[in-house]
Write a new protein. Structure first.
Length: 164
C-alpha cells in the first residue's frame, strides 16, 4: 500500500519489532477488555442495547483477526498446529464456558435447580458444535493458504531463471 502522505519510516528493525509487539498487545488487550465488558454486562442482566456497541466492535475485531491471520498463513504465534484434537479441546472449553455463563445469568442464586440445566446444556452443546465446525473450517483454510504461500517462492524463482 502506498503511503498517501509520503512519510518515511525512520525506525530500525529492533524498533519496528518493538512497535509490532506493542500493537499486538494493544489489540489483544482491547479484545480481552471488550470480551470481559460484554460478559460482565450480560451477567449483570443489563439490557443488550447498552452493550451492543461493545459486542459489535468485539465481533469486528474477531473477523478482522481471523481474516488477516488466515490471509497471511498464520494460525497462532505458539507452536500449535490446527488439528481435530486441539479444535475439539477449544470447542469443549467454549461449550463449557457458555453452559456456566447461561446457568449463572439465568438462575442467579439457585443455579443448582435441575430446571435450569437443560437449556444451558443444549446451548453449550450447540456452541461446542458450532465452534468446532468454525475451527475445522479455519484449519482447512489455513492449510490451503499455507500451501499456496509455500509454493509462491518456487514459482517466482522459476520465473527468474526462465527470463535469464
Amino acid at each position: 500500500m502506498k503511503n498517501p502522505f509520503h512519510i518515511q519510516n525512520k525506525l530500525d528493525e529492533m524498533q519496528t519489532q518493538k512497535l509490532l509487539t506493542i500493537s499486538d498487545r494493544g489489540f489483544w488487550g482491547t479484545w480481552t477488555a471488550l470480551l470481559i465488558a460484554v460478559i460482565a454486562q450480560a451477567v449483570a442482566d443489563v439490557p443488550p442495547e447498552q452493550y451492543m456497541a461493545e459486542g459489535i466492535i468485539l465481533m469486528l475485531m474477531c473477523v478482522y483477526g481471523l481474516e488477516e491471520y488466515l490471509r497471511n498463513g498464520i494460525w497462532t504465534s505458539f507452536d500449535v498446529k490446527p488439528n481435530a484434537r486441539t479444535n475439539a479441546l477449544w470447542s469443549a472449553l467454549a461449550g463449557a464456558g457458555l453452559t456456566v455463563f447461561t446457568l449463572v445469568r439465568n438462575s442467579r442464586q439457585d443455579w443448582w435447580q435441575w430446571s435450569y440445566w437443560p437449556g444451558a446444556v443444549v446451548g453449550g452443546v450447540f456452541t461446542f458444535g458450532l465452534t468446532f465446525a468454525v475451527l475445522q473450517a479455519g484449519a482447512w483454510l489455513y492449510y490451503k493458504r499455507r500451501e499456496a504461500l509455500d509454493q509462491e517462492p518456487e514459482e517466482q524463482e522459476e520465473d527468474k531463471t526462465t527470463k535469464n
